[in-house]
Design a protein around this ligand. Sequence first.
Ligand code: NDP
Ligand code: 2IT
Length: 438
Amino acid sequence: MAGIKAKNPSEPEFHQAVHEVAESLIPYIEENPKYKQAKILERIAEPERVIMFRVPWINDKGEVEINRGYRIEMNSAIGPYKGGLRFHPTVNLGILKFLAFEQVLKNSLTTLPMGGGKGGSDFDPKGKSDNEVMRFCQSFMTELNRHIGPNTDIPAGDIGVGGREIGYLFGQYKRIKNEFTGVLTGKGLQWGGSLIRPEATGYGAVYFAQEMLAVKGDSLKGKIAAVSGSGNVAQFTVQKLTELGGKAVTLSDSAGTIYDPAGIDAEKLAWVMELKNIRRGRIREYAEKFGCEYYEGKRPWHVQCDVAFPSATENEIDKSDAETLVKNGCQVISEGANMPSTPDAIEVYLEAKILYGPGKAANAGGVAVSGLEMTQNSMRLPWTREEVDSRLQQIMKNIHQTCLDHGKESDGYVNYVNGANIGGFVKVADAMLAQGVV
Ligand code: NDP
Ligand code: 2IT
């Protein structure tokens, strides 16, 4: 860790992600010295390539704006680089390195042949017109196109990058390369996208919670859930949870949380989707529309719940939030977001021995269906909704089983953190050993 910190100064999120993985892996590596001799742990913490570039564009007032673009190509041992793009003002090198590092192990857990990468920009899509977003995406892709390709590096969405942005990025890639390929995932259904990709991360996080509960002979039926965020992952988490008989009572955005004890049913969710995906408004409006509580500037974790689905951003549950959740009887945490719990929050879950599904396992459904989109693009044959959804469910079951195989402790408690970290590591590490010192 001293070496990581010295080489990557001012990147606390990257240090945090590596530290968590190292804690799980070091005992395992001590038992398997081949990984130690080949310095696999040190090598996976060093990106294969980092690309950083200028993104100039012109706003609606005719002024020049300049953002910074990035792509971290972290690891290609088991497949081409794969991972999302994030457009958010907080994006910097350290955030993207943490996300790319997590992505390597997550993608390995899916069982599909995908390496890990992540990219994005400090561009803030909030308050921008569609035309401004388009010009930004075109400028971003004008540089990025030379570094990616359907067999090299396949980006997708993340915070601030959804169907609209993927469309503009794809259009510019196609124009520059004169090629119609599966170079991005999360595409529209009419132009190479996969059914269930928009739903996949949220559905997957719910399927993972279901798997964890099933070990205890329990289910989501009748469970009250706190969900954070109100974007792609949060929306489809609420949808699947409701279908399975659970009740979501919160949603949030960066300004605050709504608390609707009656539950966010299908009709209210449809209204949220219109609010967030089309009107691009604030979640506060939900409280005005449906007459429930709105907590300005607050996160959802003080609300009584059985299950929590953090689905907004990193470090959104700190130690005191975790203590509140446990005190209020929360039994399950299934992370739709990447690294939403701080290290001391995770300690609280593990000490209380509640079911804790870390992001790299619980939210792997999104990238898994991206992998299935790549398969369909290669075959030039789309699958039905049922086909994709049944594969997604099977993949989430397999990931859960991998976590059991590597994370079950002597008293029967499943430490999903160790399970996911070791389970994700082995395949990448063995591939790296086979491919020599590269
Ligand atoms: P969206 O952009 O669709 O939605 C993000 C949501 O989180 C918004 O409600 C946003 O509120 C809120 N949010 C973002 N940043 C912050 C912040 N700093 N503080 C408080 N709230 C914040 O993104 P996604 O739903 O796609 O992503 C959510 C999480 O899931 C991220 O951690 C992402 O990495 C992870 N993830 C996404 C996958 C995908 O397929 N999309 C796959 C796997 C993981 P506001 O609008 O106010 O900013
Ligand atoms: O964090 C993630 O796994 C994603 N944002 C999805 C990546 C992808 O390539 O679908």
